[in-house]
Design a protein around this ligand. Structure first.
Ligand SMILES: Cc1ncc(COP(=O)(O)O)c(C=O)c1O
Length: 450
């Protein structure tokens, strides 16, 4: 098992939402510990399908999930043993690979129901993907965890965890024999961020060393180590370490790669986090790089690479079409009596027009504009549109429309929205490659409906 030579990936904003999900139970000193008495409690969480829609068959399946062994969970958790099939939206036995990056909403009420958790769905690929969710749920079942984050490599999982759980100026305790690239990252990269690190020798009297370090340093927030270690296969007393650490409010994260979830479940021993290089046992065929956090994503990555190559071949045609439509529409909207203001660098009225003229060959397909209406009037305009999807993201063949106050800034305070220049009546339109005249007519008829 050679150490990876993959360059360390600093986690991007890409995983923030998922990180939040992962860390929610862990952030507070009184973080909710995963119960060792799962899977019953755990699987209850899995089956939070809408009660009204639940059939007796569903109940039977739920029961089966509660009793299931690891072998059976590995096959069915996240799929038959959940409402996963509903999420993915097919009856296919093989897990469908959902490659779409953005998901659309039927209307504003549909969006709000999703935002308020009344409807289970997905918004944007960076926040969650149906196929990846199946994988995450399966790993959660095997680890007796409440949630799992799938990342693009084991190293990515490590870096994401360390950065999320050790604050700038904080202190991390690890072992000399933790995975070498993790150690380098902790020592060199985190060191540059002013984060202190102490590496304990497993061979010495580890327990008393750890106790001393924790007694003498009240800035420690995380204990991070492999068990078993690579390659010497030394094992930690996770239960004892967790006891010592928890007395001081320190979280425990175990890299359990060498064990696999079949052989060891650190959460049931008291650890707060467990991570894996899923490249190893979890994927198991030497053909995927993933963290506990991404066998499926690796599959999707391959797909995505193919699709990007295909997409690049038509990129110039698509971008030119969007540029043209957006510029025409920006002019038209600027002159429309129901529009307060149009934001588009292709307009002479834009404060960035002169700069854009020198920097850009075209001004792009996204136009933002302020409708003469309040939050609900603007929603009425959006709901009256027939061609674009109500969805976040931009740059695709299909036109997309969104009201930031109801989408990316949903739930933000008025002050926060104001600080970001987001008023309730702003609409962001990403023009696709549909015919300009059709989009124009659609927008004009929708404006009439405000
Ligand atoms: C114990 C352990 N943790 C983490 C990693 C890193 O995982 P990946 O190569 O998937 O980034 C490795 C890789 O060899 C490993 O052995």
């Amino acid at each position: 098992m050679a150490p990876s030579t993959t360059p360390t990936k600093i986690p991007s904003l890409q995983i923030q939402r998922q990180q939040r999900r992962l860390l929610q139970p862990l952030n507070s000193p009184k973080h909710k510990r995963v119960s060792a008495s799962l899977p019953a409690a755990l699987l209850q969480d899995f089956f939070t399908a809408d009660d009204a829609a639940e059939t007796s068959r569903h109940l039977k399946v739920r029961e089966a999930g509660r009793r299931a062994s690891d072998e059976t969970l590995a096959v069915h958790a996240g799929e038959k043993f959940t409402d996963g099939a509903v999420v993915v939206g097919t009856d296919s036995i093989a897990t469908p690979v959902v490659s779409g990056t953005t998901h659309w909403f039927k209307n504003s009420e549909d969006l709000i129901a999703f935002k308020e958790g009344r409807r289970q769905s997905f918004e944007y690929g960076r926040y969650g993907n149906p196929t990846v969710k199946v994988l995450e749920d399966k790993i959660s079942a095997l680890e007796r965890a409440e949630a799992t984050l799938v990342t693009s490599s084991g190293m990515n999982a490590i870096v994401a965890t360390l950065l999320a759980l050790v604050p700038p100026g904080g202190h991390i305790v690890s072992t000399i024999e933790c995975y070498s690239e993790a150690r380098t990252f902790i020592r060199d990269r985190m060191g540059k961020m002013g984060i202190k690190s102490t590496f304990i020798d497993i061979d010495e009297d580890m327990e008393s060393f750890l106790k001393d370090v924790l007694d003498q340093n009240d800035d420690v927030t995380l204990f991070y180590a492999d068990s078993p270690t690579n390659p010497m296969l030394k094992c930690l007393d996770i239960r004892r370490i967790a006891q010592l650490c928890h007395q001081k409010g320190v979280l425990v994260c175990i890299d359990s790669t060498l064990a696999s979830p079949i052989n060891q479940k650190p959460l049931t021993l008291g650890a707060d986090l467990v991570l894996h290089s899923a490249t190893k046992y979890m994927a198991g065929h030497h053909d995927v790089i993933a963290g506990c956090i991404s066998a499926s994503e690796a599959l999707i990555s391959k797909n995505a690479a193919y699709m990007i190559i295909r997409g690049l071949k038509t990129m110039a045609l698509r971008v030119e079409a969007s540029n043209r439509t957006a510029l025409l529409m920006a002019h038209l909207l600027e002159a429309h009596p129901k529009i307060d203001r149009v934001h588009y660098p292709g307009l002479e009225s834009s404060p960035w027009h002169h700069l854009a003229k020198t920097h850009m060959a075209g001004y792009g397909g996204v136009v933002s504009f302020e409708v003469k209406a309040d939050l609900h009037g603007t929603m009425r305009f959006i709901d009256a549109l027939e061609i674009p999807f109500i969805a976040t993201s931009l740059g695709g063949c299909e036109s997309l429309v969104q009201q930031p106050a109801g989408m990316s800034f949903w739930g933000h305070t008025d002050e926060d929205k104001a600080n970001n220049g987001i008023s309730n009546n702003i609409v962001r339109f990403s023009f696709g490659i549909e015919k300009f005249e059709d989009l124009r007519d659609d927008i004009l008829q929708a404006l009439d409906r405000i």
